[in-house]
Design a protein around this ligand. Sequence first.
Ligand SMILES: O=C(O)CCC(=O)C(=O)O
Length: 273
Amino acid sequence: MNTNPVPEKFYGVSMRQQNVTPLDDVIEQVTNLGYAVLDGGYTADQLTAIRNAFDATRTRYIAKYGEDVLRSTNEYNNIRAVLTHGDEELFQLAFNENLMTVLKKLIHGKFILNQQNGIINPAQQSYNQGAWHRDIPYQHYVSSRPLAFNALFCVDDFTLQNGSTWVLPASHLKEPCPTPQYIERNAVQVEAKAGSFLLLDCMIYHTGGYNQTVKERRAVNHVFTIPFFKQQINIPNNMPDRELTTEQREILGFPYSEPPSIDAYIESRKGKV
Ligand SMILES: O=C(O)CCC(=O)C(=O)O
């Protein structure tokens, strides 16, 4: 590793990025490189509660959907729509204060939670996130404003040994998937502490790494998109009965479900003109 100090002098510069807070640094990096690590601001006790909630939800999820079915559908290492299973800690994760502040600056206008999935990178096995992909799969375009971000919450430390996420910096800025040779030369494996979010522009190529340790690596991904994109699983239809603020309802997509009929659409227009 190069330990020489980075040169600090400039010339010929008349315009500079101005950052005020550490969150601005995150925004600058995710905008330019497509990835950054964001501190979730959790205490050790809160992190323990999140880990317990993750494990409890997973146990109930496997009991409900069946280990054989989940394995045969390549779904065993996921918990779909985590916040619909009733654990408060996992619900609140989606509304993390630092995350909301950053997303409001990154996404122009409203955004919704498109999906929230528990992800398990098992010890010494391949798993379904271990392949290069974009989080808006099959899409090859560059947009002038970001449309979607993945906030991958680190339930455990993400380390080089336990298969922390690989990213291809700035690949959200080009349409095609680069060559394997380019990926080999430029891919970066990101380390992050438990309790932080690995924030990804959804168009960056990334993959989970191989977990060489004897313990699984747990994470919760949150894909936030402009409301125009449909959710992976309809969250409003699956939310347990609970109080929600107006903002939470918006972020969970309640106002954005498509009207089931023309009558319902016309009804929804009343009072808007
Ligand atoms: O498990 C990981 O590190 C990667 C997860 C991932 O690729 C995703 O959430 O889209």
